[in-house]
Write a protein that binds this ligand. Structure first.
Ligand code: E4P
Length: 222
């Protein structure tokens, strides 16, 4: 499973990129609004930091406006993927943008049928929002499972990008289900590596090594 960072924070993106396991970045207007600076400059810097798909979302709600904004974002850097909301206009814009040769990440996907139509319109990625479904007491992971199963029946050139992943178990389940990509905040990525037994085990190895060196030194009369 590819790992994307779900943030517009350059500090976090640089930290994540240094781990060598980050394949792309997803941003959205809320994430960019949290950062200070010009969103376009931030996106450009993200593209220079991570050589993979970087999602930049349109904020127009009509197809024409989405296409205009999408073409603008796509011209900023070759890594940019245009993020469109899964609405009637979003679907129309996706068809036009993909015909232009631009990659589209269809966002705010909450049903398998939305994912199916997005793939048919040419979206390169669909983003089912797991955590936001969990937030309303609906199992978000079931949606990822359904979409992966449906896409497995056909040969869409469209990847399932499990989004709104809030904790490590979301990541484990997305990987078990065969989601192509999981996008997550830096905190979740960091938590994937943590294990107390690793820390305890490492401490014991280092303590034993020090002890053995001291004993060898004492024997040699040093
Ligand atoms: C991804 O593309 C979305 O922007 C993101 O995963 C939403 O996550 P949230 O529901 O935690 O805001």
């Amino acid at each position: 499973m590819k790992i994307f960072l779900d943030t517009a924070s350059l500090k976090e993106i640089r930290e994540g990129a240094s781990l060598g396991v980050v394949d792309g970045v997803t941003t959205n207007p809320s994430l960019l609004a949290k950062e200070s600076g010009d969103p376009e400059e931030i996106l450009l810097e993200i593209c220079k930091t991570v050589d993979g798909p970087i999602s930049a979302e349109v904020v127009a709600t009509d197809a024409e406006g989405m296409v205009r904004e999408g073409r603008h974002w796509a011209a900023v850097h070759p890594n940019i993927v245009v993020k469109c909301p899964c609405t009637v206009d979003g679907l129309k814009a996706t068809k036009i943008l993909t015909a232009d040769g631009h990659r589209v990440n269809m966002t705010l996907i909450f049903s398998p049928t939305q994912a199916l139509l997005s793939a048919k319109a040419g979206a390169r990625f669909v983003s089912p929002f797991v955590g936001r479904l969990d937030d309303i007491a609906t199992p978000g992971m079931d949606l990822v499972r359904d979409i992966v199963e449906i896409f497995g029946n056909y040969d869409f050139d469209c990847e399932v990008l499990a989004a709104s992943l809030r904790h490590p178990m979301h990541v484990v389940e997305a990987a078990r289900m065969g989601a192509h990509i999981g996008t997550m905040p830096m905190g979740v990525l960091a938590s994937l590596l943590k294990h107390p037994l690793t820390d305890i085990g490492l401490k014991r190895f280092l303590d034993d090594w020090e002890k053995a060196k001291k004993e060898a030194g004492a024997k040699a009369g040093r």
